[in-house]
Design a protein around this ligand. Structure first.
Ligand SMILES: C[S@@+](CC[C@H](N)C(=O)[O-])C[C@H]1O[C@@H](n2cnc3c(N)ncnc32)[C@H](O)[C@@H]1O
Length: 268
C-alpha cells in the first residue's frame, strides 16, 4: 500500500531516529529505526549526513516521551497504552512493557500495513488501522484501567475541534491516566503552509496553541502537569553534532522558535 498525504510525515521522523542511532553516543539509540528506515528507503543516508541531523529535535521528543512512559508504567503496571499516530516508531520495543500492560498502536490503515511488514508482532500489542478521529476505534479498547495516551507528532495535523473531541473522549472513557503529546505554536501552524516538506507531502498543520497548558480547560477532570524542553533541550545541546548544535543555538535566538514546538504532559 502506498502512503499518501500526512502518512508520509512518518518518514522524516523515522530518518532522524535512524541517523541518531549512528551517532557515537545516540540520544535515543533505536536500532529498529535504522533497520526500518533502510527497508523504507535503502538510500536514506546518501545525502549530507550532518544537515539531515537537524531532525534530532524530534529524537529528543521521542526520548522525553519514552522517559515519561517508563515513569507511568512503573507506577501503573496494569495500564492500557494508546500510542496514537504511531507511524513506524518502535516505542513498544524500546519500552518493553510487562505483559500486564495492554498496548495499542494506531495509525491510518496503510501505515499499519507497513508496520506489519517491517516490525515483528508482539504479545499484548494490538495494531489498529483507523483514522484517529473516527472514534469507533475507542470501543475496541478495554476500559476501567489507567490509560496512557501518547500522540507524538500527531495533534498539529488534526483540527483543534478533532483534537479536543479525541482527548476529551479518552478522558471520559477511563477512570484515570495521562496524556502525552506535542503541539506547535500558532505561528508555526501558520508557517507550515510554506514548509517545503509539508507541501511535498500535502500535509499541513491544522492547529497551533501559544498557551498549550490551557488545553486543560477542555475537560473539568484534566490537569496540566509539565513540559519537556525540545528545541533548547540540554540533551540536544550535549549530544548533537557540533554543526547541529550551532544551528539550534542560532535558531533559538529567533523570536518564537524555542517554543514553536512543545512536549506536554497532562493527567486526569
Ligand atoms: C509525524 S508522523 C509521527 C509518527 C510517529 N508518532 C513518530 O513520532 O515516529 C505523524 C503520524 O500521524 C499519523 N496521522 C496523522 N493524522 C492521523 C489521523 N487522523 N489518524 C491516524 N493517524 C494519523 C500519520 O499517518 C503519521 O504516521
Amino acid at each position: 500500500m502506498e502512503l499518501v498525504g500526512v502518512q508520509k510525515t512518518l518518514s522524516p521522523v523515522l530518518k532522524a531516529k535512524a541517523l541518531d542511532n549512528r551517532l557515537p553516543a545516540p540520544i535515543l539509540g533505536d536500532a529498529y529505526a535504522e533497520q526500518t528506515m533502510r527497508r523504507l528507503d535503502p538510500g536514506y543516508d546518501r545525502g549530507r549526513f550532518g544537515a539531515s541531523q537537524v531532525g534530532l529535535a524530534a529524537v529528543v521528543r521521542a526520548k522525553a516521551l519514552d522517559d515519561w512512559v517508563r515513569g507511568f508504567l512503573a507506577d501503573h503496571r496494569e495500564a492500557v497504552v494508546l500510542n496514537l499516530g504511531c507511524g513506524l516508531d518502535a516505542r513498544v520495543y524500546r519500552i518493553d512493557p510487562p505483559t500486564t500492560v495492554d498496548w495499542y498502536d494506531l495509525d491510518h490503515p496503510p501505515v499499519i500495513e507497513l508496520r506489519r511488514q517491517f516490525l515483528p508482532p508482539r504479545g499484548h500489542c494490538t495494531l489498529i488501522g483507523s483514522d484517529v478521529t473516527d472514534l469507533t476505534w475507542l470501543e475496541s479498547v478495554p476500559r476501567g484501567r489507567p490509560v496512557l495516551v501518547i500522540a507524538e507528532g500527531l495533534v498539529p495535523y488534526l483540527t483543534a475541534a478533532d483534537a479536543r473531541l479525541l482527548l476529551t473522549s479518552v478522558v471520559d472513557a477511563f477512570p484515570t491516566g495521562q496524556l502525552l503529546f506535542d503541539t506547535v505554536s500558532v505561528s508555526a501552524c501558520r508557517a507550515s503552509k510554506w514548509d517545503p516538506l509539508g507541501r511535498r507531502y500535502n500535509a499541513q498543520f491544522h492547529c497551533g496553541f501559544d498557551d498549550p497548558a490551557a488545553l486543560a480547560d477542555w475537560h473539568p477532570r484534566l490537569e496540566y502537569v509539565d513540559e519537556a524542553p525540545m528545541n533548547d533541550s540540554p540533551v540536544l545541546m550535549a549530544k548533537a553534532p557540533a554543526g547541529v548544535r550551532r544551528l539550534y543555538r542560532l535558531m533559538n535566538l529567533l523570536p518564537g522558535f524555542r517554543r514553536s514546538s512543545r512536549i506536554l504532559r497532562f493527567r486526569f
